[in-house]
Design a protein around this ligand. Structure first.
Ligand SMILES: Cc1cc2nc3c(=O)[nH]c(=O)nc-3n(C[C@H](O)[C@H](O)[C@H](O)COP(=O)(O)OP(=O)(O)OC[C@H]3O[C@@H](n4cnc5c(N)ncnc54)[C@H](O)[C@@H]3O)c2cc1C
Ligand code: FES
Length: 354
């Protein structure tokens, strides 16, 4: 049997109901109360908040995202903590009118297509039973079959104007529960898939008119593809010129090159495409890591904004490069594809500010 508690979110003064088996973040997002979050798995610390009154259980908060002394000071991570009494929470909520808030919901879908698009990389198309309203760049939690309560997060590569047909781009993690144990082994076209969302604040900023550089490593391309396709295919006004740096090691690790070339051709004034290979020379591809190519291409990026998405090490390198090119942290939007190994690690980059 579950018990329901009252949770008050300050400084908004909003009161919501949360079950004792539900995370406070989940209750907030389902009630349409937006609180900062990124990984939703207790790893990134974006959702850190203070418990002003009442008791919570901290769940699977990683020990570097929520340190022991912070627990003692009454801090918690809203994405993994659950109420044990009525509670009052003080969250770090910055008003951000540019991001539309779409409540989190449960969805049922069917896998209608699956293809290998690059080395250890699959494209999944999931048809939903009802429309999903989301911002370009957001992600869903996919429920791993046969593992009650276990989810993994994947960004939509598709665009908000295709609300029932979601595209995901998923890279295999050796030994990974969801990838090696499901998506790359037992999953088949026609299978049902349960999803929860939408989540995340790494979204296309429709309030920013500056030119942008978008840096994608591996399947970090997915949310960035959604942002670029949404801007160009739906002819969004007011978004500055976009330059995509897409990185992979070799030709067989990079994908959707033709798609971006086809988007660039009719829109030379709006979009530039720079695919980069770090371990192979090939015609039509820049040589080097995305950060090296970006470094060589721009004397300064003053007046630009940046979007960065991919594995944590690549995100850190890209942040360093963008800052050296005179971008301020407030002009850089990022999403790190943190996984369970990051949750277990004790080391975090000082550049990744929460
Ligand atoms: C916001 C966000 C969006 C994302 N979007 C995408 C996307 O669009 N596409 C994509 O491909 N990925 C994406 N990811 C990553 C994705 O969510 C998964 O983390 C990834 O697919 C691995 O899942 P898995 O279940 O296969 O591996 P897991 O089982 O989670 O394991 C991951 C790694 O950690 C190791 N590990 C597991 N447990 C421990 C432990 N206790 N100690 C040490 N190591 C351990 C495993 O051996 C493995 O190497 C995203 C992540 C985030 C946070
Ligand atoms: S969103 Fe809670 S720790 Fe990342």
């Amino acid at each position: 049997m579950t018990t329901e508690y009252r949770v008050t979110i300050e400084p908004l003064g909003r009161e919501i109901t949360c079950r004792d088996d539900q995370t406070i973040l989940d209750a907030c997002l389902r009630a349409g109360v937006w609180v900062p979050h990124s990984c939703t798995h207790g790893t990134c610390a974006t959702c850190k908040a203070e418990v002003l009154e009442g008791e919570v259980s901290h769940g699977e908060a990683s020990s570097f995202a929520l340190m022991d002394f912070e627990r003692e000071e009454g801090k918690t991570l809203l994405c993994v903590c659950k109420p044990m009494s009525d509670v009052i929470i003080e969250a770090d909520i910055e008003a951000d009118d540019a991001i539309e808030v779409h409540p989190v919901r449960d969805f049922h879908g069917t896998l209608v297509s699956m293809e290998d698009v690059a080395l250890d990389t699959r494209r999944l198309i999931v048809e939903l039973d009802r429309d999903l309203v989301f911002n370009a760049g957001q992600y869903m939690s996919l429920v791993v079959p046969g593992q009650p309560g276990v989810t993994r997060t994947y960004s939509m590569a598709s665009i908000p104007t295709e609300p029932r047909r979601l595209e995901f781009q998923i890279r295999r993690t050796p030994g990974g529960l969801a990838t090696d144990g499901w998506v790359f082994t037992t999953l088949a076209v026609g299978d049902p898939i349960d999803l929860i969302g939408p989540y995340g604040r790494f979204v296309l900023r429709t309030d920013r008119t500056e030119p942008s550089v978008l840096i994608a490593g591996g399947t970090g391309l997915a949310p960035i593809a959604s942002m670029i396709r949404h801007t160009l295919e739906n002819d969004l006004d007011g978004i500055g010129h976009m330059t995509l740096y897409q990185g992979a090691r070799t030709r067989e690790g990079i994908y959707d090159v033709e798609l971006f070339r086809a988007l660039e051709a009719p829109h030379p004034d709006r979009f530039t495409y720079r695919p980069c290979l770090s371990e192979e020379e090939a015609e039509g591809f820049a040589s080097g890591m995305v950060t090296d190519v970006l470094n060589a291409n721009h004397e300064t990026l003053k007046g630009h904004i940046g979007y960065v998405c991919g594995p944590p090490a690549m995100v850190e390198a890209a942040l360093k490069t963008l800052m050296l090119k005179r971008l301020f942290p407030r002009d850089i939007y990022k999403e790190e594809f943190l996984d369970a190994s990051a949750a277990a690690s004790q080391v975090r980059s000082p550049l990744i500010k929460r």
